[in-house]
Design a protein around this ligand. Structure first.
Ligand code: NAD
Length: 341
């Protein structure tokens, strides 16, 4: 890859997330020439032609990788195709940004990580919540021990579900294509944030259930996390509850961070005990903590490819989050607490 030439980008899967984030992100970035996309659905070809006139479209990603001399590729297909599409793009010499979850099994994730190593190419996973301003500030503050020792995290991510409304079809509800429901789809973001903010998870107990939608995967889930540090955490995710708190709260021995995506990121300084030494001093750190995410993802990814920014949303980070999510499904099925190695 020559630095004086633009990076040639391609997108595999041209559905909702490709159209909302990846295609416009590459088209906007000054270091990139958006070259092509691949999607078997003709409806996507018509939609993309409307937004990106003249962009070359292929029905198969294998054909696209053969015909185009690409440097970077985004994989935005249903989950069960992530591994093969990513490995094919790596083998074609491309750096790959793969959507979350990295894959549907740990074996696939391992093959992807090995594929990146063998091809000497970068593999990034689209954990876009890390790219919001609020979580970024929390990450910095935790590193500086600004709230003392964090002992509890609570995360809630919920919306009305991917279809109808967001995704181009119902694959999110097909266990073969999605490999899980709300717990994998939204839970993977929550789990990744927990790992990123609080460190390794030693054990998980969970219950995933289909409470409202008539679908073959879970539409609600609750996870109880035990961190290696001794801290506890819980995650609630749902595809059936649009209103309510969305974000996370971290409680530390010297203060708390309330990252309410819809309102603000607030810091409450002071001891967390209920005694006379407790305090209630609130500071608004960010009035719009969900700024960033998709709108900055491709620029950050290109900076990673160009070596201007360190790769942190690695294949291993994707694997670590997937490991917890799959263990959570095992816990839900067996009723047992699952220890992670
Ligand atoms: N980072 C985020 O916040 C975020 C948000 C939404 C979706 N996602 C992820 O992005 C991926 C896509 O989700 P979506 O919402 O765009 O779904 P979607 O249904 O809107 O789009 C998926 C597209 O993939 C295409 N496709 C299917 N098989 C293919 C193949 N073999 N090769 C190429 N294309 C193929 C479909 O025709 C469709 O156009 C999923 O893994 C999802 O979890 C991430």
């Amino acid at each position: 890859m020559k630095r004086d030439k633009k990076l040639r980008a391609g997108v595999i899967g041209a559905g909702a997330i490709a159209q909302a984030c990846h295609l416009p992100g590459y088209a906007r970035n000054k270091h990139v020439e958006l070259a092509a996309f691949a999607d078997p659905a003709m409806a996507r070809h018509r939609e993309v032609a409307g937004a990106f006139p003249g962009l070359r479209g292929y029905r198969s990603y294998q054909d696209m990788l053969k015909a185009e001399d690409l440097d970077v590729v985004s994989v935005c297909t249903p989950n069960s195709y992530h591994a093969n599409a990513t490995i094919a793009a790596l083998e074609a010499g491309c750096h790959v940004l793969c959507e979350k979850p990295i894959a549907t099994t740990l074996k696939e994730a391992d093959r992807m990580i090995a594929g990146a190593r063998a091809a000497r190419r970068k593999l990034m996973v689209g954990f876009t919540h890390r790219l919001y301003s609020g979580p970024g500030t929390c990450h910095e503050m935790l590193a500086k021990k600004s709230v003392g020792k964090p002992f509890m995290i609570r995360v809630r991510f919920a919306h009305g579900g991917p279809y109808p409304g967001w995704a181009k079809d119902k694959w999110f509800y097909d266990p073969k294509l999605a490999a899980g429901g709300a717990m994998l789809d939204m839970g993977i973001h929550a789990i990744d944030l927990c790992l990123w903010l609080m460190g390794p998870i030693a054990a998980v107990s969970a219950k995933a259930a289909t409470l409202v939608k008539k679908i073959a995967v879970d539409d609600n889930a609750v996870l109880l996390l035990e961190f290696a540090s001794g801290a506890l955490g819980y995650i609630e995710v749902g595809w059936t509850s649009k209103p309510g708190f969305v974000g996370f709260e971290i409680y530390g021995t010297e203060g708390s961070l309330i990252c309410d995506y819809l309102h603000s990121l607030r810091l409450c300084q002071g001891k967390a005990s209920a005694g006379t030494d407790s305090s209630d001093v609130w500071t608004i750190l960010d009035a719009n903590p969900a700024t960033g995410g998709w709108s900055v993802e491709i620029d950050r990814w290109i900076d990673v490819v160009l070596g201007k920014e360190k790769l942190t949303m690695t294949g291993l980070a994707g694997r670590n989050a997937l490991e917890v999510a799959l263990a959570a499904y095992r816990s839900s099925k067996t009723g047992k607490r699952i220890a992670l190695t």
